[in-house]
Design a protein around this ligand. Structure first.
Ligand SMILES: C[S@@+](CC[C@H](N)C(=O)[O-])C[C@H]1O[C@@H](n2cnc3c(N)ncnc32)[C@H](O)[C@@H]1O
Length: 264
């Protein structure tokens, strides 16, 4: 079953990867290695790539490479409801495993419909919560009952504030290249209290050849400007030196949490 799944999906992705490799240069090693494992024949066919690129003009729904999600309001709602649904599978485990004892102020960056933050507010009503996302997401989060401070805008430009004991960044960093992730970590470091924690919820790719996460990685490679799935170590390598790894745990089969603590 897994082989069939791989064959069908990788066949479809391969065409896009062929175009991407001709247009943008060699594929990232992890993607190349995974493809070599499944399709040992070389992917080197510049004419075919050009033809496919021409054909691609006619294909509907191929996204531009962008960082912040775009499309119609309806597209955005479908995307956000899917995220909400996905988070629903891991929320209870997250709430069981995350240790928020002593946390007074918490910031959720790129909160979406705020599935995790609303869960936290319900279980820990004394925590003062701040939420940050673009206005379309904030509107949906409000609709679903998010309370607390809501800051709408692009979190790359907004100040992140200060004195937070805990910052959550869930399913966001895979949309961004390494330089942007470094910037987020620096912003987080400035917004945390001494010994504050940053929690990253992600599809980590260790093991890198998990079929779902592999496809997710390809999706980011093709659909975003520099976005990718990372191993836990790759994420840690982007953090400034004043962050130390604190804890890691899984909240569903493919979603992990990596907590970093600010140290001086
Ligand atoms: C995949 S969703 C994750 C939502 C939520 N954290 C969760 O785990 O369900 C990514 C979110 O990041 C937000 N986002 C991405 N880039 C952003 C930016 N530059 N400024 C504000 N929000 C951004 C998107 O609008 C979206 O709501």
């Amino acid at each position: 079953m897994e082989e069939l799944f791989f064959d069908v999906l990788t066949g479809a992705w391969k065409t896009r990867l062929l175009i991407a490799s001709v247009k943008n240069g060699p594929l990232p090693p992890r993607i190349q290695k995974a493809l070599d494992r499944i399709y040992p024949q070389e992917i080197k066919a510049p004419h075919m790539a050009r033809q496919m690129e021409r054909m691609a003009e006619h294909w509907k729904g191929l996204p531009d490479k962008r960082e912040v999600p775009h499309g119609t309001e309806e597209d955005y709602r479908i995307y956000m409801e899917a995220q909400e649904e996905k988070a629903g599978f891991s929320l209870n485990t997250f709430l069981e495993l995350v240790d928020l004892a002593g946390v007074r102020r918490l910031l959720d960056v790129g909160g979406g419909t705020a599935p995790y933050l609303r869960g936290i507010q319900k279980k820990f009503p004394d925590i003062a919560a701040t939420y940050m996302d673009i206005e379309s997401a904030a509107a949906l989060a409000r609709e679903k009952g998010l309370q607390g401070e809501i800051i709408a805008g692009d979190f790359r430009d907004l100040p992140w504030g200060e004195n937070f004991d805990f910052i959550l960044i869930s399913q966001v960093i895979h949309m961004y290249g390494d330089d942007s992730v470094r910037l987020f970590f620096n912003k987080a470091a400035g917004a945390l209290t001494e010994k504050g924690r940053l929690a990253i919820i992600e599809h980590f790719v260790d093991p890198w050849d998990d079929p779902y996460n592999f496809l997710f990685d390809i999706n980011m490679f093709l659909g975003t400007d520099g976005g990718k799935c990372r191993t836990r170590q790759e994420v840690l390598d982007l953090a400034p030196e004043n962050f130390a790894p604190e804890r890691e745990y899984m909240i569903d089969k493919r979603t992990g949490v990596l907590e970093l603590r600010l140290v001086f």
